[in-house]
Write a protein that binds this ligand. Structure first.
Ligand code: AMP
Ligand code: ZN
Length: 483
């Protein structure tokens, strides 16, 4: 079989190159060197919980999860913090419109977020801090900024004084004049400059509020992330993530207020996810062009949706179209069928290993890690999965038991990094291993019946499985099933 098999582009050894990440701050790909060797701190901007997230939001949240999984797979001890914005203008507006208390509304959609994250295969953060539970820390940080001359109180509000922070605008890379031209001052605001931003908002009638040294009110949005990042991860962190829309003003403001308060670098690497677009335009709640996960799940398996969301490099825009989703679903199915075939071969194929096959697998593995080391290139990493499947299908007749086992475990290792499950969990009712095991028992019983010429029992098993959407295929290696 060696002569027929395509040669691996790599000759043998698995070499893990260094990880390079695109840093929005320097606008270059840099070697990733964490602040503390072996440890990585990640702060990821989480959802504003006034409604169900749309799949554009999910693109960002799923990518953050893949980045975290990959860092872990490289042996880093990762601490991943993702906030829940449970108080802001949108929550108050929606609460007023629906007559639901803002806290009840936020709790409801926090639960929705966490449940949908689970369904999509995201691991829960190490901490999911909520803004309303950190008002004390937020007030302390604002006071520190006032004491250091970086913030001022006016009319019950507190504003950050951007003119005092010399490198304001460095993250978004735009000149101050351009940022100023795009900034707006809302009615009633008493900012010194349109670029100054609110740290504390004075209470408005009917709004939820907390006591503070500047009167009753509530925190601004940007300050919550600085306060919670510092509380759980320290003054300086390795990675801060968000969608590209957060670069300005949210992250620019987070950076300004954090570095003004501590005098230290706030974030070493800023990572921003490109938009999921529909008809060439960003998908967004305010644009009304969005789809939720619940809507998508009526048609597609959550794993297929995840597969689609990571199918492009994270910094490129990703278009939404039915065709792309269908092709992602079909692609995932191809991988699942290969994995199912291999798991069948682990028991049905004759024992045996093959050094050339092992070398081929090592080559695939190297390519996968190289793709991920190149700024988390999931698109190229997924292409490697298809190449493994192609090789396994091309040489299925030659694959022996140990070869199948090793290929399966490679699928499992690489799938885990992307958060993908290749055994069809939905079809298996969520208990894949058990169902796979039961199916094998039925197939063995059918084989015994056939050997004993008990066609009635054999046909009964085949027809009963067929009515459940499971087809039995008789192959030279024995029967296997396909969903
Ligand atoms: P929000 O709940 O609005 O604060 O957004 C949650 C996350 O989704 C943030 O990181 C946003 O940058 C990100 N996001 C919003 N819209 C999109 C989109 N169309 N594509 C990708 N990410 C998005
Ligand atoms: Zn944030």
């Amino acid at each position: 079989m060696t002569a027929r098999r395509p040669q691996s582009r790599h000759c043998g050894r698995t070499v893990f190159a260094m990880l390079r990440v695109y840093n929005s701050m320097t606008r270059t790909k840099e070697e990733f060197i964490p602040i503390r060797p072996g440890e990585v701190s990640v702060y990821s901007c989480g959802p504003t919980v006034y409604d169900e997230p749309h799949i554009g939001n999910w693109r960002s949240f799923v990518i953050f999860d893949v980045i975290r999984r990959y860092l872990k797979s490289k042996g880093f001890k990762v601490t991943f913090v993702q906030n829940i914005t449970d108080i802001d203008d949108k929550i108050i507006k929606r609460a007023n419109e629906t007559g639901v208390h803002p806290t009840v509304l936020a709790d409801r959609f926090t639960a929705t977020y966490l449940e949908q994250a689970r369904i999509l295969g995201n691991e829960p953060a190490d901490v999911h801090p909520r803004a309303t539970e950190h008002v004390g820390e937020i007030i302390e940080l604002i006071q520190c900024l006032i004491d250091k001359g970086f913030a001022y109180a006016a009319g019950g509000d507190v504003y950050f004084d951007t003119s005092h922070f010399k490198t304001y605008g460095a993250l978004s890379g735009q000149p101050i004049e351009e940022l100023e031209a795009g900034a707006r001052v809302e009615i009633g605001e008493m900012k010194k400059s349109p670029l100054d931003f609110t740290l504390w908002k004075a209470r408005k009638p009917g709004e939820i509020y907390w006591d503070s040294p500047w009167g009753e009110g509530r925190p601004g949005w940007h300050i919550e992330c600085s306060a919670m990042s510092m509380k759980y991860l320290g003054d300086s962190i390795d990675i801060h993530t968000g969608g590209v829309d957060l670069k300005f003003p949210h992250h620019e403001n987070e950076r300004a207020q954090s570095e003004a308060a501590t005098g230290k670098q706030f974030v070493k690497y800023w990572l921003h996810v490109g938009f999921l677009q529909i008809g060439g335009e960003r998908m967004g709640k305010s644009l009304g062009n969005f789809l939720t996960l619940s809507e998508m799940m009526k048609k597609y398996d959550p794993m297929a949706i995840r597969f689609y969301l990571i199918s492009a490099h994270y910094r490129s825009p990703l278009n939404y179209s039915e065709e792309l989703l269908q092709s992602s679903a079909a692609g995932l199915k191809r991988l699942q069928n290969t994995v199912s075939m291999l798991s069948h071969m682990v028991t049905a194929a004759p024992p045996g290993q093959d050094a050339a096959w092992q070398e081929l697998l090592r080559g695939f593995k190297t390519r996968f890690y190289e793709a991920m080391d190149d700024d988390f290139n999931t698109a190229d990493a997924i292409a490697v999965l298809f190449d493994i499947a192609k090789a396994a299908n091309t040489y299925r007749g030659d694959i022996k038991r140990e070869m199948a086992r090793e290929t399966l475990s490679l699928f499992e290792e690489l799938g885990k990094i992307l958060g993908l499950k290749f055994l069809d969990a939905k079809a298996a009712g969520g208990d894949t291993e058990l169902v796979e095991g039961l199916l094998r028992i039925l197939l063995d019983l059918r084989e015994e019946a056939r050997k004993g010429k008990d066609w009635k029992t054999a046909d009964h098993i085949r027809d009963a499985l067929s009515s459940l959407g499971i087809t039995i295929e008789d192959t030279p290696l024995g029967p296997r099933y396909r969903r």
